[in-house]
Ligand binder design. Structure first.
Ligand code: SAH
Length: 353
């Protein structure tokens, strides 16, 4: 199988499992040459699949950016350790719990605690925070996005009540991984963490940046095969956006077209996956998040962080949603989701099994 029409057909009819990495790499090349017709067909098929499984519902996750202090030095990331001009902050347990309380009043039933790899958040500190949120809001899911930790740490946080974990694999190619990360980090450990998390009973999310430096369509084909085989519960993909204080400052951003194309392909390869339309997508295009939903995404993640620290959680330049109060952020997304004929729901938004 190698022509674009038969690959589009396979993807659209639940036969994506038959495609090889070669097929997918060639297909991605073709999509770039054809002027949007394939993207249109993929988007339509992906939207139909999304609505068949999730109806008109779009799930919301309240994102709480708990700290921008990080011991890692990922070359793409604005809060990397080497960025000496980053004004650092961390939220204490009371502040995080009150962000979740505020979110609950606004209809959120999932909270995502995301941050740099900040050693302040020991297992004791995290278990206390998780336990407090779960005991005040037992009907809510707690999602963590705190990077790589030990198996024991993941286990303790799971025992404390954490339900889900987001850890983008970043790239499924070890050489490319090494181009994006310092030598102290390894592809093998990243992937091992994902398997460990799954084994411990978390709902697990992986994902990658579209248009990251040195990324080729062959790399992306490997990402797609990894995602298809791992079949995560969630998959976070958004465009790479440069940050001026990183070694990748002068690399171009990923594009809306390619991000939407990949959202559609991932939806077709993994029909039940929870797929966010990301803030990064909204950053590179004023209607990026709406376009992501039309391409097959079914999750949005409004910001619940205290307004005073939002600008400091600057993973990339020009990040949107840094000025508004949580309620405004939610209302804005509600309106955007409505504008594409969908509805935000008050629901934990678990993956449909
Ligand atoms: N420390 C956590 C959270 C990282 S931030 C962890 O290691 O998982 C969440 C995601 O933001 C990252 O996984 C990365 O894919 C994305 N990100 C970081 N820098 C970015 C940039 N410059 N452009 C777009 N996305 C970026």
């Amino acid at each position: 199988m190698n022509d674009a029409a038969s690959i589009t057909d396979a993807l659209s009819h639940g036969r994506g499992g038959e495609l090889s990495a070669d097929d997918l790499a060639g297909f991605l090349d073709e999509c770039e040459l054809d002027g949007g017709a394939i993207d249109g067909a993929l988007g339509e098929a992906a939207r139909a699949v999304t609505e068949r499984i999730y109806g008109k519902s779009v799930y919301v996750r309240g994102l709480i950016e708990i700290s921008n202090i990080c011991k890692n030095d990922c070359l793409y990331c604005g809060i990397r350790k080497s960025n000496k001009n980053c004004v650092r902050y961390r939220l204490d347990a009371d502040t995080i719990v009150s962000c979740a309380d505020e979110g609950y009043e606004l209809g959120f039933r999932t909270f995502v605690l995301q941050g740099g790899e900040d050693v302040y958040y020991t297992d004791e500190v995290m278990c206390d925070i998780i336990g407090r949120i779960k005991s005040s809001h037992p009907d809510c899911a707690v999602t963590l996005s705190l990077g790589e930790r030990s198996r024991d740490s993941y286990r303790r946080m799971r025992d404390a009540g954490a339900d889900r974990y987001l850890l983008r694999h970043e790239t499924a190619n070890p050489d490319h991984y090494a181009q994006l990360h310092p030598a102290s980090m390894s592809y093998e450990n990243r992937i091992q963490c994902l398997y460990t998390l799954r084994e411990l009973g978390y709902q697990v999310g992986c994902g990658f940046m579209v248009g990251s430096p040195y990324q080729t369509n062959r790399h992306i084909a490997n990402d797609l095969c990894f995602i298809r085989d791992f079949y995560p519960d969630m998959c976070g993909i958004g465009p790479f956006v440069p940050h001026h204080e990183t070694p990748f400052a002068s690399f171009p951003s990923g594009t809306v077209e390619k991000t939407c194309r990949l959202l559609s392909i991932i939806r077709l390869l993994c029909p039940r996956v929870l797929l966010p339309s990301t803030t990064a997508l909204g950053t590179i295009h004023p209607r990026g998040r709406e376009m992501g939903i039309l391409a097959g995404a079914n999750v949005v993640m409004p910001n619940l962080s205290p307004v005073g620290v939002r600008k400091q959680y600057e993973l990339y330049d020009n990040k949107i949603c840094t000025g508004e109060e949580s309620a405004q952020c939610r209302d804005c997304l509600e309106m955007r989701v409505r504008s594409v004929g969908r509805e935000i729901v008050t629901d934990r938004g678990d993956v449909k099994k």
